[in-house]
Design a protein around this ligand. Structure first.
Ligand SMILES: Nc1ncnc2c1ncn2[C@@H]1O[C@H](COP(=O)(O)OP(=O)(O)OP(=O)(O)O)[C@@H](O)[C@H]1O
Length: 252
């Protein structure tokens, strides 16, 4: 599923939160959105997920304007894991994950057993052991992983993740991004951790002030000038020979 942002500008309540943004999300790739707080990452994910319309420009999914795709059809294609995903309902973790199956309800073609899909999604997100716990009793990291399982249960072609590693310990941060890579779903993830972004993304798009200031292969894009210019932080970007990836060493 090819997804493209074409010269998008979005004005929200008088603020220009995205300006002339163009980007493409190649099928099967993991694209990282990086940039400082308020640079427009969540806004771009919101438009990519078709949850709002840009002021100008287009978001195009397989040649169709995303706004023209009916909500239920869109929900079978795209899952969005929001930054503060929550539920006010008194549900168990498993029931929260089952909500991901709603867009597929009543469909006979290729019917799969909901219970199997839900179990697999919970295994992938490492939350089977909390399946029967009430949502409200889960820790922040457990909730985050249950919401990931809910997105995976949606069986989307495209996965949007807004700061998915929030609340997660180091092992689960790595585990989540490895899982996403292993599943091979086309993914767009807003990330703050530049080491993780360099290690697990194929491509990076760098936003600053609502504009794309750099984009390219994750293995090459990060540099000292880019980090200093974008984040106002002096840092060295080194190739770690043992880990075989770029690492960012910042100066105090
Ligand atoms: N509903 C809204 N109405 C008006 N402006 C908004 C709205 N939501 C966000 N903004 C503004 O849009 C800009 C981009 O916000 P956005 O949440 O997309 O940034 P972000 O890069 O995801 O930030 P963070 O890293 O802090 O999550 C910010 O200036 C923000 O204040």
């Amino acid at each position: 599923m090819n997804l493209e942002v074409q010269d998008v500008t979005w004005v929200r309540r008088g603020t220009r939160v995205l300006e002339h943004v163009s980007a493409s999300v190649p099928t099967g790739s993991v694209t990282g959105l990086i940039g400082p707080n308020g640079s427009g990452k969540t806004s771009l994910l919101t438009l990519l997920a078709g949850l709002a319309r840009p002021t100008s420009g287009r978001v195009v999914l397989e040649g169709r304007d995303i706004g023209a795709i009916p909500i239920r059809e869109r929900a079978r294609i795209i899952a969005l894991l929001e930054q503060q995903a929550t539920t006010s309902l008194d549900l168990t973790a498993r029931q929260v994950v089952e909500l991901g199956r709603i867009p597929h309800r009543g469909r006979r073609a290729g019917a799969v057993r909901t219970a199997d899909v839900v179990r697999q999604a919970m295994a992938d997100a490492d939350v089977l052991h909390v399946a029967d716990r009430r949502w409200q009793t889960l820790s922040g990291g457990e909730r985050q992983r249950v919401q990931l399982a809910r997105s995976l249960a949606q069986q989307p072609s495209i996965l949007m993740l807004d700061e998915p590693t929030n609340h997660l310990d180091l092992g689960h941060q790595i585990g989540l991004l490895r899982t996403v890579r292993r599943l091979g779903i086309t993914t767009v993830a807003a990330l703050h951790d530049l080491d993780l972004a360099a290690a697990y993304c194929d491509r990076l798009v760098v936003l600053d002030g609502g504009r794309v200031v750099a984009h390219g292969p994750a293995a090459e894009l990060l540099s000292s000038p880019l980090i200093e210019h974008t984040y106002g932080v002096r840092a060295e970007v080194e190739h770690h020979s043992l880990a075989q990836r770029l690492t960012v060493v910042w100066h105090p």
